[in-house]
Design a protein around this ligand. Structure first.
Ligand SMILES: C[S@@+](CC[C@H](N)C(=O)[O-])C[C@H]1O[C@@H](n2cnc3c(N)ncnc32)[C@H](O)[C@@H]1O
Length: 309
């Protein structure tokens, strides 16, 4: 499932719970059994675990669980509005202990603000961890905001995950935290904008347009209003009637490598995204398409025929 499909599907359920980093999926199974009326959203960044659990869920035909292979922060930011999730679970998230890895931690300030912004008022975040760093970061976050936190030394749940078994068998201390979002809490993280319609523009241009484009287009790097773009050279695709421009786009809670396509059909050329299904069309992706359209209009004799860009 992708972010657009999830946005649509979650509207059909009275409640939503999310598990971040489901690993081998034991906890997702437990949630599916006990939260029958809820949509259960499992998010896992590692393909290996994602595929394994997906095949098992498909075989077993569990209807109320959906899985996404993504960074959990991307899904929380782009698929969920503020105050929309009943419960969020993170069981033994990766500790990323080095100081340079702080931005990856689920307990850094930015990640926690995102998590709590997505919870409904009265919703709950459950975190279990053996990591002292994650524990300390979480405690500092809640202390600074005067939030209430319940700390337990034993699991609140009747099942154990793989990492829980692992750390218990090596006698590591495990911390279980339960934090309820109060009615007053406000974490100020708005919903990430996702564009649903396929952005494209069709132009009429000369026969040599694609070759001329490659000659004129220079790779660029620029930062603008929260978007960081870095392009490579434009190149002619195998079919010879299409140019692709690889562009790295870094923005809030997502980094994507997109290919912008310029494709000939007769006298007409269409500017759009290559492999649209694999891209989350964010504000910055759209901005990038607009800037390439502007580059075309500024440098070539073309006539816009149709499109929505
Ligand atoms: C230490 S394992 C714990 C797995 C499982 N929850 C358990 O308790 O056995 C951490 C898991 O989180 C996943 N993960 C790490 N960062 C993530 C992120 N930003 N978004 C989603 N999953 C992530 C990892 O791929 C890994 O499967």
């Amino acid at each position: 499932m992708n972010i657009l499909e999830l946005k649509e599907k979650k509207g059909n359920y009275p409640g939503v719970v999310v598990e971040i980093g489901f690993g081998h999926g034991e906890f997702l199974h437990y949630l599916a059994d006990v939260k029958l009326n809820f949509l259960i959203v499992g998010i896992e960044i590692a393909s290996k675990y994602f595929k394994k659990v997906m095949y098992r869920m498909l075989r077993e035909g569990i209807p109320n669980v959906v899985l996404l292979k993504e960074d959990a922060r991307t899904v929380l930011y782009y698929a969920f509005e503020p105050n929309s999730i009943d419960e969020i679970y993170a069981n033994f998230p990766d500790p990323w202990p080095k100081s340079g890895q702080k931005k990856r931690r689920i307990t850094n300030e930015k990640s926690l603000r995102l998590i709590f912004s997505r919870l409904k008022k009265g919703g709950t975040f459950y975190l279990s961890t053996d990591s002292v760093i994650l524990k300390e970061e979480l405690l500092e976050f809640v202390r600074e905001r005067g939030m209430e936190i319940e700390k337990r030394s034993g699991s609140p749940f009747p099942i154990k995950t793989k990492y829980e078994r692992k750390w218990q068998s090596s006698n590591k201390e495990i911390h279980y935290f339960i934090i309820k979002k109060s009615d007053e809490d406000n974490f100020g993280v708005e919903e990430g904008e996702v564009i649903v319609t396929m952005p494209h523009v069709v132009v009429e241009a000369s026969k040599s347009f694609l070759k001329d484009f490659i000659g004129k287009f220079k790779p660029f790097e620029k930062k603008e209003k929260g978007c960081h773009f870095k392009s490579e050279r434009a190149f002619l695709a195998n079919t010879e009637d299409e140019i692709l421009i690889p562009i790295l786009i870094n923005e809030e809670f997502i980094n994507q490598r997109i290919f912008v396509s310029l494709r000939r059909k007769g006298e007409e050329y269409t500017l759009k995204l290559y492999e649209r299904d694999k891209i989350i069309v964010t504000r910055c992706v759209l901005k990038d398409l607009y800037s390439i359209k502007d580059f075309i209009l500024r440098n070539f004799e073309v006539k816009i025929v149709r499109g929505n860009l």
